[in-house]
Design a protein around this ligand. Structure first.
Ligand code: GDG
Length: 452
């Protein structure tokens, strides 16, 4: 019989609508729910509302186990330690991480609560599958409570070089927490190697890049790049409805060629980099102003964290400056959308874009790059991709750039707009082959295989 799986993630896969619940959209949810439908399982997580949590309930065949968080915990555990300390530190310290004991304490307390909630629903022999940087202490805590289950952990974001991780005042406790797992999954080889070095430097245990020693146990280190539901996106791109939306978009944008960016509004995503590169492109090739438009979709994110308010202001200032200096009443070089789009509309943007510009300064994987490739059914379109995202390991035929090299990014945008059709199609074909042969379901299966 298949083993039961208990997923432990910051958020539950459902959100409230009126008096009931609906499944939240998102990659993790669509990857993991089929696993839980095929076999019995539960999902432990927060509902997204402050205050007491509802009792366990079943939604779409999956037992939901809500974990409560109060306002202070949302400040300290979520906005504070998770997004003000770990997030910047693990993304190469692009912004200075803040270290506060009054954030660390709620991080420990909330991790303890998730561990207890999981322990209460686990049965002997079950698999506990814990996700991401908010819950790094849970594997160790859970092992102490339930030594009779298998424990997997998957880190969705990068693991930084040991020299950067070194700054973390609680680095020993974090490594100890993660090493409570049987298997730790990383997006890239680089993240796995960085982690192995951190184990060698900051714990008494030994580690190769595949196996870490922790007390008397061995912990397997795995590279498992996450992916997308390629078939679903490709068939969404093929609908009549999408073609209608593409035609409308193109005409609304003056039938210019489209360079597209789609991101959560996060300082790691390099939105400012690509706007500056686009500005440079227009400086150097004023003719582009006539027939190229830059479209940026920026999805609001973590608006309670100060650094996110700053990045929003600076991006909007840049957009205003470019449009103010270079635009006319009829023609704005940059179209900026602050807000999230329905998936059908997002796919139409992908299908309409001649060039997709993905320039994070650091990113665990970046699914947007893979989604763009999945949406290009006729092998047209050019992907400009940062070297510093996990998906660059798989999408090597993209035009790869160092996002810190502004002139090079600008040159690459120009090159992307002028790439011979055959060359663009050859690159896109190779990338499409990759996203077809490695989907989010393959990712989930690889993670489960390592645990069973
Ligand atoms: C973290 C890691 C890793 C975006 N705008 C809209 C929209 N989206 C969807 C995209 C994509 C997802 O959001 C964003 O995923 P990314 O991978 O690009 O980035 P993060 O949110 O930072 O995710 C990342 C990921 O976890 C998975 O492990 O790849 O490195 O940072 O799926 O399509 N969806 C809709 N409207 C929008 O406007 N419907």
């Amino acid at each position: 019989m298949l083993q039961r799986i208990v997923v432990v993630a910051n958020r539950l896969p459902v959100r409230r609508v009126g008096d009931g619940w609906e499944t939240s959209p998102g990659g993790l949810v669509s990857a993991v729910t089929p696993l839980l439908v095929d076999r019995p399982g539960s999902w432990v997580g927060w509902t997204g509302d402050a205050g007491p949590a509802p009792a366990r309930f079943v939604h779409a065949g999956i037992e939901q186990v809500p974990v409560p968080l109060d306002e202070d915990e949302i400040d300290g555990f979520y906005s504070g330690f998770s997004n003000g300390t770990i997030w910047p530190l693990y993304h190469d310290a692009i912004r200075p991480p803040e270290f506060h004991r009054h954030w660390w304490r709620p991080y420990v307390a909330v991790n303890e609560r998730y561990a207890h909630a999981a322990a209460a629903v686990l049965q002997p022999g079950d698999i506990a599958w814990i996700h991401d940087y908010q819950l790094q202490l849970v594997p160790g805590m859970l092992r102490r409570l339930r030594p009779d289950v298998k424990i997997g952990f998957f880190l969705h974001i990068p693991f930084p070089p040991a020299e950067i991780f070194a700054r973390m005042p609680w680095r020993g406790a974090i490594l100890d927490g993660l090493l409570g797992s049987d298997v730790i999954g990383f997006q890239t080889r680089l993240a796995r190697h960085n982690f192995a070095r951190a184990v060698r430097y900051y714990t008494p245990g030994r580690a190769t890049t595949r196996l870490a020693q922790h007390h008397d146990r061995e912990v397997q280190l795995q590279t498992a790049p996450i992916s997308i539901d390629t078939e679903r996106l490709t068939s969404l791109a093929a609908t009549e409805e999408t073609s209608r939306r593409v035609a409308r978009l193109q005409s609304e944008l003056g039938n210019r060629r489209i360079i597209l960016g789609v991101d959560r509004l996060d300082y790691t995503k390099g939105i400012d980099v690509r706007l500056r590169a686009f500005d440079t492109l227009l400086d150097e090739h004023p003719e582009c102003q006539e027939d190229v438009v830059f479209v940026q979709v920026a999805v609001p994110s973590r608006t309670g964290v100060g650094q996110y308010q700053n990045i929003r202001e600076s991006v909007e200032l840049q957009v205003g400056r470019i449009n103010g200096l270079r635009g006319t009443v009829h023609r704005q070089p940059v179209h900026y959308h602050y807000g999230s789009l329905p998936i059908e509309e997002l796919i139409a943007y992908y299908a309409a874009a001649d060039v997709m510009c993905v320039t994070p300064l650091r990113d665990g994987m970046n699914l947007v790059a893979k989604e763009y490739v999945a949406a290009r059914r006729d092998d047209s379109g050019v992907l400009v991709l940062s070297e510093f995202v996990g998906s660059a390991e798989e999408l090597k035929p993209a035009l790869l750039v160092n996002p810190y090299d502004l002139d090079r990014v600008a040159d690459t945008l120009w090159k992307a707009l002028h790439l011979p059709e055959a060359e663009a199609a050859r690159r896109m074909r190779l990338m499409r082959r990759r996203v077809r042969s490695h989907t989010v379901f393959d990712w989930a299966r690889a993670c489960m295989d390592a645990l069973t």
